[in-house]
Design a protein around this ligand. Sequence first.
Ligand code: PLP
Length: 410
Amino acid sequence: MHLNRYALDTKPSGIRAIANLVATRAKAGLPVYPFHLGEPDADTPEPIKRAAIEALERGDTHYPPNAGVAPLREGIATALASRYGFGYDASEITVTVGACEALSLAFMACLEPGDEAIVSTPSWPNYAQTPRLLGAHVREVPADPGRGFAVDPDALFAEVGARTRMIVLNAPNNPSGAIVPAAELRRLLDLAREHRVWVLFDEIYHDLVFDGAWHSVLSVARDDDPLIYVNGFSKSYAMTGWRLGYVAAKGQAATVIQRLHQALVTSVTSFAQAGAVAALECGDAVASMRRTYEHRRTRVLRALERAGLDAPPPAGGFYVFPKVPPPWRDGDAFARSLLEQHGVAVVPGSVFGEGFSDRFRLCFACDDALLDEGLERLVQACARPRSIDDPVRERTPSEHASTAAHPEAP
Ligand code: PLP
């Protein structure tokens, strides 16, 4: 039977592949230090849960308005305006099924077959999926590790061609933790206007910035900038399972995005939106989680130093993106060996774009005790890499398969 060729080309997630190996290990009763998934370890704050439960109890179980309930859209618009001084009207905000749907709507609104989206890498791998499903091309433009992976707007726009419709950016960045300085943000939007290219900006980690130098793209934006803004509740409020995000855009783009959202999912779960309204009042809980991540970041950076691993300190988010220790060269082989021999689960750098295969991503959104023990194991692994595997020789696919089936095999 016929299946869509773009759907057939969809690749399984590289992060999921590690998660499957982790599941095999856990099933066998072996310890795992889970530094692979970008999943806050904290539980959703109580007031958020209570608000959703109360919504259910009062019968808030019917179709909500397509683009989101008014208190949530108004609350988001007010929160963004008071924090970043940029005005979206509530009518320009669409509440979505996670930031994932928000991003997909933005791609669908802007891209046609044969168009191009430029993605600044390293990047969360999902950015490539929807453009490819739409028959669009994805061009990766790597940020310079020597500049801490800070985006260079001129380098990005030097790649713009006749079919480029959008540039995709994320700050704080998953996986590097890099942010974009304010001056570069304005330059980026100016170049986008000049080239008539959309900037799709994902700031899902905006509440988790550590060094006080954070500038949202909204803090420099103007009404007529070609900007589509994405954010969500998963990371700030430990609400990954609630599946709540949003997309904001001006003018016709907002209208088109709302129509697409209506066609795809109609609307987002009613009582989950009640929880999100309460989340907007949970600044203290967010600040407390941020402090926790900040402490963990310090411990991670200390451990990386002890391990001799080179990584730009993340300005935000809960990831670091170090280089594999010599004599390893390949992040895939290193990540597998680290998991199989030491139980430490990280994600190979190759997942985050071309040119990063000598790196790995470590997520520190995990329980403190596991973090400390896992970091200790990482330090040990880096101290004697030759004892855990032959890092120079690449294994064949069948060797990979056999070690996956027998996680403790050397
Ligand atoms: N954007 C980035 C940069 C992410 O890292 C993630 C999840 O890891 C998402 C979006 C997806 O967020 P959500 O859970 O809201 O769909």
